[in-house]
Design a protein around this ligand. Structure first.
Ligand SMILES: C[S@@+](CC[C@H](N)C(=O)[O-])C[C@H]1O[C@@H](n2cnc3c(N)ncnc32)[C@H](O)[C@@H]1O
Length: 261
């Protein structure tokens, strides 16, 4: 048995991540990390597309704290879309949010229809970033902004054995680009004002705290939702994750860029 047996983002994975990363979040850092991704971006009254919205935590925060007019969240997993809708209802934000389950592939949206494209820890699951960023450029209005957090790698050489073992342990598809390669792809897609932020040090420190919590203060809660055997499996995965953060091969990062308009 493993945490991804019921699908990459199935009930067990969602329950585990809710305990560790908080309600609405399937990636680390909660609302503070969203603020970091959105630093310097004025989203007041803007229409935002959240690619890979997961359980909706970012959409709620982008409206409540950043003043976005509306957020359209898209994701390939029906269960996370259901959770996102429930979360929006809980915050009385069903009217300004729209969560849709989509197929992987090109965005089903008109040209120049969105002010800001936001995404957090999703692009690693999408193999072709060239096509993805060209498509994002297409749907953005002139002067529109793309703001992304993603799990990246130190370079674009084949992953080390340690990295391959970590990815296999996660049981998820991970196609990680380096920060430099993202910069090139953004330029090739026509984006300008590109800002790249390396978050390896931040997440290395945070992941160690997460592991300590899973082994300590959160252990009972984690065992309650996924059982002891899978809690031990999750602890092993976190150790492998910390290993590749420590070598620096795993480099969480942010980028933002503007569509010339
Ligand atoms: C690590 S989770 C992050 C979710 C959310 N952005 C967050 O930070 O809480 C990755 C999400 O990407 C979604 N995903 C994977 N491939 C996708 C694709 N091609 N298009 C849209 N979403 C995708 C998964 O279903 C999952 O909800």
């Amino acid at each position: 048995m493993s945490i991804t047996d019921e699908g990459h983002y199935g009930p067990k994975q969602l329950n585990l991540l809710k305990v560790v990363w908080g309600e609405g979040f399937l990636s680390p850092g909660g609302t503070n990390e969203i603020d970091e991704v959105m630093e310097g971006i004025n989203s007041l009254g803007k229409e935002i597309l959240d690619i890979g919205c997961g359980c909706g935590g970012a959409a709620i925060h982008l409206i409540k704290k950043h003043g976005a007019k509306s957020v359209l969240g898209i994701d390939v997993e029906p269960l996370v879309i259901k959770k996102a809708k429930e979360l929006a209802a809980k915050y009385n934000l069903s009217g300004s949010t729209d969560f849709r389950c989509v197929r992987p592939g090109p965005l089903d949206m008109p040209d120049e229809s969105v002010d800001i494209v936001f995404s957090k820890e999703v692009f690693l699951h999408i193999p072709n970033k060239e096509d993805l960023l060209k498509d994002i450029y297409r749907v953005l209005k002139p002067k529109g902004i793309v703001a992304v957090s993603d799990w990246m790698r130190i370079d674009d050489n084949p992953p080390s054995k340690q990295m391959r073992e970590y990815i296999a342990a996660e049981g998820l598809d991970m196609h990680m680009y380096s920060l430099k390669r993202y910069e090139q792809v953004l330029k090739n897609s026509g984006f300008t004002n590109i800002v790249i932020k390396d978050r390896n040090k931040w997440y290395h420190n945070k992941a160690k705290k997460e592991l300590a919590a899973i082994e300590g203060s959160l252990k009972k809660q984690v065992v309650d939702v996924i059982g002891l055997e899978e809690t031990n499996g999750a602890i092993d995965i976190w150790k492998q994750l910390i290993g590749v953060l420590e070598t620096g091969e795993h480099r969480p990062g942010h980028f933002k860029a503007v569509k010339i308009g």
